[in-house]
Design a binder for this molecule. Sequence first.
Ligand SMILES: Cc1ncc(COP(=O)(O)O)c(C=O)c1O
Length: 449
Amino acid sequence: MTAFTSVYSYAAEEAAYRQRNPRSATRFAEAQQVLAGGNSRLTAFFKPFPFYAEHGEGCVLRDVDGNDRLDFYNNATSLILGHRDPQVTAALQAQAEKGTAFANPTEPEVELAGLLTAALPSLQRLRFTNSGTEGVALALRAARAFTGKSKIAKTEGAYHGTSDHASISVTLRVSEAGDETAPRAVPSSQGLTAKTLDDVLIIPFNDAAAARRLIAQHRDDLAAVIVEPVMAGIGYVPAEAAFLEALREACDGQRTLLIFDEVQTLRMAPGGAQQWYDVVPDMSCLGKIIGGGLPVGAFGGRADVMAAFDATEGAPAIPHGGTFNGNPMTMQAGLATMRQLTPEVYEQINERGETLRHQLEEMARSAGVPVRISGIASFFGVQLTDRPVTTYRSAQGQDEALRQKLFLHLLNEGIYVNSRLVGNISTPMGRHELDSFTAAWERFLANIR
Ligand SMILES: Cc1ncc(COP(=O)(O)O)c(C=O)c1O
């Protein structure tokens, strides 16, 4: 592990943050009296307290204390056009004039589904949900229904939302997780049953040989393998193409479905990571950008698998309701967003992502600070290590205190990334915003020895 020393302290960064955010501090204290843990979303929490958002415009997010920050978080990658895109706002206003929710299907639901199935040829049929979590849970159930098998496989450390099966081996202590090439499934939450644990097989990310072996070993029980083609939680670490190809081949040999979790990776290309890697899954889970900033999820894939949801000829194999599924506000915001995402737009944000990653890494190299910048397309992650990070295990062992200090330093400098030091580019960001980031980064590097 690399030892860093820095000439300024976490306490100084925290004091500066507290001083700039008194109103947020008060709100969080109040929130703790009424909300369990003070909020409804673990990923929105960080120490000492999260700032409360007031207003977003393009790539600038203003908090309730009047601080403006460049938003490199973009509501967990979902705001690909930044805040308050004029076309999205107009579409929402127009729909609000007509009504915000009906117990009937609406035309924009069909339109958005048409747009998505055209962009992702593997998506022959899909259904909308209100979150990525629900989409993943339903895709896994569909795989079980279709194959008649019970187990699902996921990669170690991958986050696929908060359903029961997805909550296995997300964050874990490596010392409890067994051999690297045959990891043990460990619960990342209390309240899960032993049966759920038993139904989840863990595959090491980016280990094609181990994946082939484990998938073949469980061929009789394995309904699906779910994989995030770029592992967001450890800094947007991309899968090696050979790993995804190995998953595809291993599943093909044995009636196991391959599911791509593209909740985040859809923003890599018009056809998502499956287009980027040219690997075709049986099922995909979507979310984030397809809702244009409103709550959303979707899942879909092969028509024969998705037939389980069809009620036109009797009771469906899988009954799937949801008061707000395909809600017209979400569908309109999603359509207004996705219609703007031409191939050139993806190229533009991906290039900016590449530029930022390159600059951050070069600056660290010149400063003699052992840092790697991970990521791909419009995603980036900061790794405070000089070792390559390719898996959950290789991402461990970094200086956590320094990571927290860097996060608060960036906040105090007006740069907002996820507290796990990952971020992404939105379309309103240009040279100026990247320069602001690198200037804040330079001041951080100057204080590290
Ligand atoms: C890859 C991935 N899958 C699933 C989810 C769950 O989506 P949601 O937060 O909409 O439930 C997320 C959310 O961050 C995600 O990143």
